[in-house]
Ligand binder design. Sequence first.
Ligand code: GLP
Length: 240
Amino acid sequence: MAEIVIVENAEKAGALVADEIARLIASRPDTVLGLATGSTPLPVYAALRTRLADQDVSKVRAFALDEYVGIDPAHPESYRSVISREVVEPLGLTPELVHVPNGAVDGIEHAGDDYEAKIKAAGGIDLQILGIGTDGHIGFNEPGSSFASQTRVKTLTERTREDNARFFDSIDDVPRHCITQGLGTILEARHLVLLAFGEGKARAVAEAVEGPMSAFMPASAVQLHPHVTVVVDEAAASQL
Ligand code: GLP
């Protein structure tokens, strides 16, 4: 059963999760973080700037959940750029210790296995931050994803492309494919922290946490995990 924490707003959620991460890093300087993109985790990253200001973060390791396939890594909306801009640079992490799946078309057939091997070599992820898509995707595991899935290439649904079009000049610029940690990969992390804010996420949150487990609600896979914390505002909790 997931622990549900209802907070006043996204900023409070960010502070709460950042405190937990700072504690983790204080006790283990080479903590392995699982990073999410999208707008939801931004308050966590913002709060970490002050929380980690006086801590040695040079050994912190991190793995992002996903990346677009075929996007120029230098594109401001590639997840590699987002993670550098929002996490690595402001927090002063060591860039070589922060990994993002390789979305280059060349060699894409090995990129999933390579990423899994890197996570295993790091000893697994200590704390995985998760947002949730309006259709219940986590990472880019769209409805229909196997609960046992590993890092692999997926096709984005039109709904996700529309949701993410706000980050691009037009919907035609939103990539059609992605490489994402699988639900099975995510479930291997030692602690899952799922964040959601706003009414638009209420249905997905309720179905993920309380609904029947189904590949059509990928986030419901978290019900299989023994240590899950769901941090939501009142609006996102409104259908619980
Ligand atoms: C993207 C990311 C997900 C994220 C989702 C929700 O599709 N791949 O990891 O959870 O968007 O985004 P937002 O937090 O902006 O609502």
